[in-house]
Write a protein that binds this ligand. Structure first.
Ligand code: PEP
Ligand code: MN
Length: 348
């Protein structure tokens, strides 16, 4: 449930309430808005909630006690009406400006990564993506360079100034990946890996949580809640397409997931048209559609030589195509009221 404090509530009042919640064995989650401070009381069993609500409402500094009926609480827009802004390095996701994440599916070599990173940066990308630990449907395909790939990403960050996002697949690698990455990505195949989500809740780095390929919005938001419930609120959602009966595209991009998530949650949401379509010719149109639907940014696979890519070559834009896309995006971004250039890092 959410306890809404009165406007004139003091820090001491907040402390009193937090103690009351914790004494009962429940978790306190804070949302400090411009108007009001909201205190989430998480973990109370259903049967105790009526009594608890009455007890909290009895404090003179409490304005209201509201029950959140949805199974996700902390990431629910009811808990925090203002949209969250998540900082990745010096880039803000969920602010006014759109965020463009670009880079190869996998880190393959120093030359490949640096060439792609420099090209992406020159075209206007804000964040460099690249997988060092790759999930693969086949056990025989390329699984990434591991720590060597993370080192190359760190080198590319130093060379370009772009913050880096990379996937973590295993609880045993969380600490290692967090040491190098500015943002940790959870892939579609791991959205429901609850031990990984719990582990990421302990990390103090942003996490981008991709939607499971067969997950409902409610399952996806509960996966985000796993991370938030451990105290890491730095979460970005990523719609990357879902499984349908249509084989022409790799997945089916669920455009309505974007406005739906904006209604349901305060977390920023970005779109990944590369994995959604699986075809480079379709990527630009879906990028534009996602921006029109309210996405806070996009993640696009770009490769300096897609014909030599070890993974996902057919969906990778060449550097020339990516640069063209960035130019074409300008009027779309302007029409959506979202600048394409990050200003000075915004504060909340
Ligand atoms: C990726 O981003 O390279 C990736 C494997 O994506 P997904 O988990 O969406 O398939
Ligand atoms: Mn890929």
């Amino acid at each position: 449930m959410i306890v809404v404090l009165k406007k004139n509530a003091t820090e001491a009042d907040l402390h009193t309430l937090s103690e009351e919640i914790e004494k009962r064995g429940y978790q306190v989650h804070l949302s400090r808005g411009v108007e009001r401070t909201l205190v989430g009381c998480i973990g109370a069993p259903e049967k105790d909630k009526d009594l608890l609500a009455d007890q909290f409402a009895a404090f003179p500094f409490v304005e209201d006690v509201v029950r959140i009926l949805k199974p996700y609480k902390i990431v629910n827009r009811e808990f925090q009406p203002e949209r969250s802004q998540i900082r990745i390095g010096n880039v803000v996701v969920g602010g006014d400006a759109l965020v463009i994440m670009a880079g190869p599916c996998s880190v393959e070599s120093r030359e490949q990564l640096l060439e792609t990173a420099h090209g992406a940066k020159a075209a206007g990308a804000h964040i460099l993506r690249g997988g060092a630990f790759k999930p693969s449907t086949s056990p025989y395909s390329f699984h990434g360079l591991g720590e060597e790939g993370l080192k190359l990403l760190a080198e590319a960050r130093a060379a370009t100034g772009l913050p880096i996002i990379t996937e973590v697949m295993d609880t045993r690698d969380v600490e290692l990946v967090a040491r190098y990455a500015d943002c940790l990505q959870v892939g579609t195949r791991n959205m429901a890996n609850f031990s990984l989500l719990r582990e990421l809740g302990e990390v103090r780095k942003p996490v981008m949580l991709k939607r499971g390929m067969s997950a409902t919005l409610e399952e996806w938001l509960q996966a985000a809640e796993y991370i938030a419930s451990r105290g890491n609120y730095e979460i970005i959602l990523c719609e990357r397409g879902i499984r349908t009966f249509e084989p022409y595209t790799r997945n089916t991009f669920d455009i309505s997931a974007i406005p739906a998530c904006r209604e349901l949650s305060h977390l920023p949401i970005v779109a990944d048209p590369s994995h959604a379509t699986g075809k480079r010719t379709l990527v630009p149109a879906v990028v534009k559609a996602a921006i029109a639907a309210g996405a806070d940014g996009v993640m696009v696979e770009v490769h300096s030589r897609p014909e030599r890519a070890l993974k996902d070559g057919p969906q990778a834009l060449t550097l020339i195509e990516f640069a063209q896309l960035m130019r074409d995006l300008e009027p779309f971004a302007a029409a959506a009221g979202r600048p394409l250039k990050q200003g000075e890092a915004e504060t909340e």
